[in-house]
Ligand binder design. Sequence first.
Ligand code: NAP
Length: 257
Amino acid sequence: MTGSRHILLLGGTDQARQLAGELADDPSLTVTSSLAGRVAEPLLPPGRVRIGGFGGVDGLARWLREHRVTAVVDATHPFAAAISANAAGAAAATGVPLLALRRPGWTAGPGDRWHPAASLEAAAALLSAPELTPGPAADRRVFLTTGRGGLAAFAGLPQHFLVRSIDPPGPPLPARVEVLLDRGPFTLEGECALLRQHRIDVLVTKDSGGTATAPKLAAAREARIPVVVVSRPGPPPGVPTAADTAAARAWLHGLRH
Ligand code: NAP
């Protein structure tokens, strides 16, 4: 190790990579970024990286003790609820300070036709709602951008799906599906062209926040198509939260060890 304070940075997001880069030159810190190992060719943050699960709360707590971690920053995706709960449990068990880094969610503006959904299952149910678009619900063409992890919720539906994901999704898939392998950041021009080319009627997204994948929302507004927005799960109770990397760095510098 170089610096005397060891930070575990739970990652898998742009924000986590950004924070790892910003902390890399601090001689008082050793930062280890952790990735789940879901993506075949992950974008690696600068500095030390470990890949793979820890083995639940107990495994993570063991890792924190064995590697003498002095603080944990949970910069995982807002929808990665299991690892965030594990981080809260392991921090409580070991007394290691924990911060959740969560970029703000998106907010609807004038011209947006957003339909909130509490879960992927609720989003799937909304796709058959008569008020969403004119014409038969079963004929809708849906741009599904919720990631390959939650496709089972949409598998039994009759609509035509354009699924965008970084790696190919596995079964169960909807019967009528086209897969587009791509990774952000995306552009407004590209997203508008995609909606036109695939004659998309409805966009489905998680409320991920951030700029890399936000152009699809502006493209949907321009095309006047409805957007089904899956709401975020809440952060684990009692865990302090920072909205950006500057606030996370301030929190780290405010710790005594
Ligand atoms: P999840 O359901 O919250 O976590 C499932 C399990 O994966 C955890 O219990 C943990 O295994 C392992 N894990 C997750 N993140 C990890 C990390 N950063 N380092 C080490 N182990 C990790 O997670 P998920 O929703 O499948 O997301 C997996 C990763 O992809 C996360 O790191 C997240 O930041 C990133 N990601 C997720 C989404 C999304 O929409 N969910 C979108 C973009 C990126 P153990 O219990 O064995 O420790």
